[in-house]
Design a protein around this ligand. Structure first.
Ligand SMILES: [Zn+2]
Length: 173
């Protein structure tokens, strides 16, 4: 009886600590960039399941430009978001995922942004408390290397840059 309980318990924690995602047909692995990172490249029109709780549709660039045909997603970003979602136990609303470079410039983003490399997502929050809670939880996720709090916009920026030894790079604007 005791053994059954223990094995059930460990199975449960195994599931929670190892989020999985699909690698469906339709994506291409990019060649490693200058930083050695390999990304997933999807056609823009496609929607498909990336992990238990995240689908590709939420990551596409919102611009309507004809030259914006593909979406980059780093597998580590999907893993990080899924881990965070499981940690919090509630859905995360993506306000932004991938941005093509022209759109990112137009939207006033920084020239070198992890959004244009498929390595960042912005999460929409319902309150200032939620911004603080989400940013705090994100720092506990080891795949996350950057956490930006934007209280005025009620969003939290997360990216999967290589995490510095001392923990994620954090800022507030
Ligand atoms: Zn675009």
């Amino acid at each position: 009886m005791m053994d059954d309980f223990n094995s059930e318990g460990s199975q449960q924690s195994h599931v929670l600590s190892q989020p999985s995602w699909n690698t469906p047909p339709g994506y291409t692995r990019t060649d490693p960039g200058p930083d050695g990172e390999v990304l997933w490249l999807y056609p823009k029109g496609l929607d498909t399941t990336l992990s238990n709780d995240f689908t590709l549709g939420a990551f596409h660039c919102p611009c309507g430009d004809k030259t914006c045909t593909h979406t980059l997603v780093h597998p580590r970003l999907v893993l990080a978001l899924q881990t965070l979602r499981m940690m919090l136990g509630r859905p995360l609303a993506l306000a932004a995922g991938f941005h093509c470079k022209p759109w990112h410039r137009l939207a006033g983003g920084r020239p070198r942004s992890y959004h244009t490399r498929g390595m960042a997502a912005d999460i929409r929050c319902g309150s200032l408390e939620e911004v603080a809670e989400l940013a705090g939880a994100a720092q506990q996720v080891r795949q996350i290397g950057g956490v930006g709090r934007y209280p005025a916009r009620l969003t939290v920026h997360l990216d999967v840059r290589p995490r510095p030894r001392g923990g994620a790079v954090c800022w507030m604007e």
